[in-house]
Ligand binder design. Structure first.
Ligand code: E4P
Length: 300
């Protein structure tokens, strides 16, 4: 699985690239705003150019459009591509899979992706929250789809009334187990007709406990998209996005995501374990006691 860093901060991209584990960068308007506020670059243009340069050739950089209709999004995409792709030939344009804010134009994202495909510009269909959206984006010709696992988890947890912080990990298998247990108890006491069972509100709720059309977590969303794409040999790559915890990164890797885009704080947490820290301390103490420095006496 490839790892992209999910940030627009130059310091973070520079650092993560230096660690030798970064295969690309994803940005969005919120991340760019945070980067400019913190790093105070001379201009947005100069900042984005520097992102592309730091990522370098072969590491895709996703840049997002801001309009909502297909004509303007296609134009913005072509401008972004013309301005920034020459820097390191790594620009990918992020297009919301459904850019509508409620006033029609739901399919403008697909139309834009198709137009950019014809123009030879790589796209990343963003804000993907369902397997159906991913399938349509892939059919339209998206190079990447970005299922937002963390935001789907937020949606399900809010539906279930579970209090949570942005970076909390929550094991959704617990919800399924509890629902299964409750369902079998309820059905054990059920004395109505089988044909009537599906109309029973309680049963319906227990069959889909998160109220998310049968997708029970953000990781499950990624898993379902992987399954569909593999079944139909779809070439579009899956970028598991909106990841906020190391266990989610592990789970999307197990699910077969092509890429995980990860904030730098989560990458750091992926390296942590108390026994690693304890081991380092013990080895260091024993090295001091054994006068280990003797081993390193050589002029390079
Ligand atoms: C990915 O492309 C997005 O930029 C990002 O993962 C969104 O993450 P968030 O839901 O934590 O804001």
């Amino acid at each position: 699985m490839l790892i992209f860093v999910d940030t627009a901060k130059l310091s973070e991209i520079r650092e993560a690239v230096g660690w030798g584990i970064i295969d690309g960068v994803t940005t969005n308007p919120t991340l760019l705003r945070a980067a400019i506020e913190e790093e105070g670059s001379r201009s947005l243009d100069a900042h984005v150019r520097e992102i592309c340069r730091l990522a370098g050739r072969g590491r895709p950089v996703s840049l997002e459009v801001m309009s909502n209709d297909s004509k303007s999004m296609t134009e913005e995409a072509k401008i972004l591509y013309k301005k920034f792709n020459p820097v390191a030939k790594n620009v990918v344009i992020k297009i919301p899979v459904n850019p509508s804010m409620g006033e029609g134009g739901e399919c403008g994202g697909l139309e834009t992706i198709a137009a950019l495909r014809r123009a030879g510009i790589r796209t990343n269909a963003t804000l993907v929250m369902t397997p159906e959206q991913a399938l349509l984006a892939a059919k339209a010709g998206a190079t990447y789809v970005s299922p937002f696992a963390g935001r789907v988890d937020d949606f399900i947890r809010a539906n279930l009334g579970i209090p949570f912080g942005k970076y909390d990990y929550f094991d959704f298998s617990l919800v399924s187990e509890v629902a299964r247990g409750k369902l079998s108890k309820y059905l054990g006491e059920w004395n109505g007709e089988i044909s009537g069972a599906y109309g029973d509100g309680e049963i319906k709720k227990l069959l889909d406990p998160g109220g998310n059309e049968g997708v029970r977590s953000g990781v499950e969303l990624v898993r379902k998209i992987v399954q569909i794409f593999r079944t139909y040999h779809i070439k579009t790559k899956i970028i598991a996005s909106s990841l906020r915890h190391p266990r989610q990164v592990r789970e999307v890797a197990e699910a077969g995501a092509d890429v995980a885009t990860v904030p730098i704080s989560v990458i750091r947490k992926m390296l942590e374990h108390p026994k690693t820290k304890e081991g380092v301390r013990k080895f260091w103490e024993d090295a001091v006691k054994a006068k280990y420095e003797e081993l390193f006496k050589l002029k390079l």
